[in-house]
Structures are given as C-alpha cells and as structure tokens.
Design a protein around this ligand. Structure first.
Ligand code: GTP
Ligand code: MG
Ligand code: ZN
Length: 337
C-alpha cells in the first residue's frame, strides 16, 4: 500500500502499516490493503506523548498490531513528510494539527462575498509552512462577473501559486484542476464553510459521499456541514482529505518560510542598500522604492509586516509567556516589528 520510499524506509519488512482516514474521540479508522480497521492507542502512548502533534492525525501512516475482534492497536506514527497546523483559537500558544502528509493543499475560496485576498495570503503562508505545495481554487465562477479581476488580485498576493477558477456544479474547470494531482499523492482542501469543498470532493469521487449544504442566503455563509477530517481515495489513485470549514486561520510556525510567501518582497529586498533592511524608512530601500513606483502594493508590505509580527509574537510567547512578551513588544524595551 505504501508506494513512497520516504515512508517505506521507516518500516521493517513485517510491519503492518496503515493510514489514518478518520479520527474521533480516540478511535481511529485506519485504511489498510484489505479495507479499513478500527484502531486505538495503547495506554503507554498517552503517557509518553507530550505534545498534541505527536498523536496520530488524519493522513498519518501508522504501524499497528492486531488485537482481538478485528481491532488494532497503534504502535507508532511514521515520521511525517508535511504537517498542516494552525494556532489554536484563544490566547494559548498551542498548535492544532489539521492534516498530516498532504503533498498539495487546495486553498478553496468562493468568488462571492466571501472573497478576501488577505485571507488567501495567510492560507498560502500556512501551506508553505506545512511543507506542502499550495494551489488556489476559486469556486462559484458562475456567480461572479469579475473573474479575471479576481484572478489578477490573487496573482498579486500569491505570485507563482497555481490558480483555478471552477464551477463545481457543472464541473467547468475541474478537469484542469485534477491535472495538478498525481496518483499516490495526497491532496487536502482548506477554506471557509460553504465555499464548496465537499461538493468538489463529491465531483472528483463521482459520488455523493460527503454531505453538502446550501449557504445562508442573507450573508453567503456556510453552515459548517462537514464536521470531521476524512481521507478518501479518488478513482485516479490520488488520496484526498476533506476538512471542516474554518472560521479563521491563526498562524502557526516561525518566520523561516516568510520568504516563500512573499517572494516578491524577498526579491526586491536583494536590492536594498542594507542587508538587514526592515523596509521601514531606511535609505536605499528597494522595497519602498517599488511601492513608490507602483510596482508593489503598499497593502502587500503591510501584510508582510503583520505576518512577521504575528509569528514573532508566537515565538516569544512560547519562550517567555504572555506577560513578558507583551512587555517586550509594547513595553519600555520596544523591539522593532
Ligand atoms: N453556484 C455554485 N454553487 C456551488 C459551487 N460549488 C459549491 N456550491 C454550493 O455551495 C454550497 C456549499 O457547498 P459545500 O460543499 O457544502 O461547502 P463546504 O466548503 O464543504 O462547507 P463546510 O463543510 O461547511 O465547510 C452547496 O449548496 C453547493 O451546492 C459552484 O461552483 N457554484
Ligand atoms: Mg464540507
Ligand atoms: Zn528595504
């Protein structure tokens, strides 16, 4: 069942290996060659596992042992290729794992009132942070009169990221999108509720497997129809993971992948006079010059600063706790950013 050497190399010949398709209250549904089995974690796992991210997540490859009555016990989780996380809502600095081992993440957004390029920018960043490749999918093309304008806006916030505008109901554009997937690869979809993630999965599966629901007419918002992450296999051999709609995306990670998300600013900054230029007011700043000349949107630099601040705050909080971080960021010893 495993075709990828990255995972194969982590197993012994006689290991029984499966993949987490669904997880609910400590019970895991595990995909194996013969179908699916129900699995659970042994007690020692809970004792030795300290971080949330060490628990199996949907998309994880696991080694298991047979138990009685067709159930299995999960022995260990194979090292992950990618991990899509976000920060848990609230003031904590806890990581919340969304999906493990996705190769491609479809950032799904509707060409309706839900449209927000700044949100797309954040999603793109979190996907780069996960190690997967982002692809942007704009659904409900049929409800939009300004598709090319929207695609242009996306290009400005996500340079180099593939974009597809589709009508999921008729299938227009879906074939082109499916060309981004390879057999053996794992795809996942993320986005707000009601943008059409499950509708797209059903179309790709050619079956009404996932429940879908009309958006509220008053404000176009979804009804949080999908409540679990779940892995499916497409007829082409590609694996796909549906996820529940997100209310907001709080970033998780550090500043190391910011250069991928902001390739445009990264490139421009090579022309700055100072190597550590913060693009605030330094002389010879090439980024500020580009804004002045209209080559770069000021909004874009704003986002860059905001993301950096957010990630720095997360890092500091993790190290020093909330109180000291607030003092460090706002207090007498103010640091830049
Ligand atoms: N007009 C139009 N409607 C669409 C399109 N794609 C999806 N829809 C509709 O949008 C509504 C929401 O679709 P879902 O697939 O349930 O959305 P979801 O993203 O899975 O939502 P959650 O599970 O709540 O996160 C459904 O009524 C779909 O029929 C499209 O391209 N055009
Ligand atoms: Mg859904
Ligand atoms: Zn600069």
């Amino acid at each position: 069942m495993i075709t990828d050497d990255f995972f194969k190399n982590q197993c012994e010949e006689n290991d029984k290996v499966g993949r987490i398709a669904l997880s609910s209250h400590g019970i895991y549904s595990i995909l194996i060659d013969q179908g699916t089995v129900e699995g659970r974690l042994p007690g020692r796992f809970h004792h030795h596992t300290i971080e949330v991210k060490d628990f199996p997540a949907v998309g994880d490859w696991v080694v298991y042992q047979k138990e009685v009555q067709g159930k299995v016990l999960i022995d260990r989780v194979l090292r992950r290729k990618t991990l899509l996380s976000r920060k848990k809502a609230g003031t904590t600095t806890d990581e919340q794992v969304m999906v493990a081992n996705a190769d491609v993440v479809l950032i799904v957004t509707a060409l309706t009132k839900e449209w927000n390029v700044r949100r797309i920018e954040r999603y793109v960043h979190q996907v780069y942070e996960s190690g997967a490749m982002p692809v942007i999918v704009c659904t409900k093309k049929d409800l939009c009169d300004t598709v090319s304008r929207c695609l242009y806006e996306i290009e400005r916030v996500a340079p180099g990221v593939p974009v597809h505008a589709i009508n999921t109901l008729t299938g227009e554009g879906v074939e082109g999108l499916a060309e981004e997937f390879r057999p053996g690869e794992t795809i996942t979809l993320i986005g707000s509720s009601g943008v059409g993630k499950s509708t797209l999965i059903n179309r790709l599966l050619s079956a009404e497997t996932q429940k879908t629901n009309a958006v509220r007419s008053r404000d176009d918002r979804g009804r949080h129809t999908t409540t679990h992450r779940e892995l499916f296999e497409l007829p082409s051999g590609t694996m796909i993971i549906d996820t529940p709609g997100m209310r907001e995306l709080q970033l998780w990670g550090d500043e190391s992948t910011i250069g991928e998300t902001f390739q445009d600013i990264d490139q421009l900054s090579e022309g700055c006079k100072f190597r550590d230029c913060q693009h605030e007011s330094e002389p010879g700043c090439n980024v500020l010059a580009a804004i002045h000349e209209g080559e770069l949107d000021e909004q874009r630099l704003e986002s860059y600063r905001k993301l950096k601040r957010e990630l720095r705050r997360l890092e500091l909080k993790d190290k020093y706790g909330t109180h000291r971080t607030n003092r460090m960021l706002h207090g007498p010893n103010k640091i830049n950013g």
